[in-house]
Write a new protein. Structure first.
Length: 317
């Protein structure tokens, strides 16, 4: 019994020595609980005790932190604006379900969206004819992908500088209308085009864009409702920007900036994009069924054997 007590005493003594070392290193609280240690420089310390020359030593093996896995999708509580900016997420989520809302096949690809704005000058009798003098196109993020001054086909009678911002010096480096038209239409091809009163821009370009690929912020009930304006009211881009984006545009006496107007139109679209696209998808007319061709009405098939009288066929054999 006396020998056992000596062994216990030595074991207890070694335990206390190890504990003192741990406390000295800050790896053990005075109350004897591990967990108060702090990982150093983003690494977790893995501690083991070894004996060296009769003393205890502390060895730390640095173990890298596990890689953080970030979910590619947004949480169900994400705002509509956040969802609009991340076109890869679900447009509708409920209690974690993966049910998708039926939308147009053109949605969910930010690269398919551009916004356009044109500035016109007056040509023809008394400058009443509007012709393209500048065109700006921005992408979904608002970055400028096209911005050039354009030489009208007819001589300029009125520069309309107060609104267009165009002056005589801008025409020195302007490109011919036909060249600009070809460049711009190449950009707009197969794109969803956003703009404000965009029919005026298309008219200046002498171009017609498919209606289902056009997003006119001046005609959007979603934007007007959000701004607290009557749905049937004619609302300017300036007023929509002031009400919804809390920004001032088209100020000063130097005229409008087509770049700023195109960027503002895209901002407005993105603000209500999810709701706009959902309503548009539900309002699209159903695709008509493929017509069933009556074979008897197709003269090109009259010579097929199935259309010859059986008695005539029998007599010819």
């Amino acid at each position: 019994p006396q020998g056992r007590s000596k062994k216990k005493s030595r074991k207890h003594q070694r335990f206390m020595e190890r504990r003192a070392v741990l406390e000295q290193k800050g790896l053990l609280s005075p109350h004897g609980r591990l967990g108060s240690q702090t990982p150093e420089a983003g690494l977790e310390a893995h501690t083991t005790l070894t004996k060296a020359n009769g003393t205890t030593a502390l060895r730390c093996d640095n173990v890298p932190k596990p890689k953080r896995i970030v979910s590619a999708s947004l949480s169900p509580s994400a705002s509509p604006d956040s969802i609009a900016r991340h076109h890869s997420v679900l447009l509708s989520q409920g209690n974690g379900s993966s049910k998708r809302v039926r939308t147009s096949s053109l949605v969910l690809r930010p690269g398919k969206y551009v916004a356009i704005d044109c500035e016109m000058v007056g040509t023809g009798p008394q400058g009443r004819l509007s012709e393209l003098a500048r065109c700006s196109v921005v992408n979904y993020e608002g970055d400028v992908i096209y911005d050039k001054y354009v030489q009208p086909e007819l001589p300029i009678v009125d520069y309309r500088t107060r609104w267009s911002g165009i002056t005589k010096r801008h025409m020195k480096n302007a490109i011919p209308f036909k060249a600009a038209q070809a460049e711009i239409l190449k950009i707009l091809k197969d794109k969803i085009v956003v703009g404000h009163a965009i029919h005026n821009d298309f008219q200046a370009l002498k171009y017609f864009h498919p209606k289902d690929r056009t997003r006119d912020t001046s005609q959007s009930p979603v934007l007007k409702k959000r701004a607290g304006l009557p749905v049937r009211a004619n609302v300017s881009l300036k007023n929509l920007a002031r009400h919804l984006l809390h920004k001032k545009i088209q100020v000063g006496c130097k005229g409008h900036s087509s770049v700023e107007d195109a960027q503002t139109a895209m901002e407005l679209y993105r603000l209500v994009e999810v709701q706009w696209e959902k309503e548009l998808a539900h309002s699209l007319p159903p695709r008509p069924p493929s017509p069933v061709t009556d074979p008897t009405a197709d003269s090109s098939q009259y010579l097929d054997d199935q259309y010859w009288p059986t008695d005539l066929m029998a007599s010819g054999l």
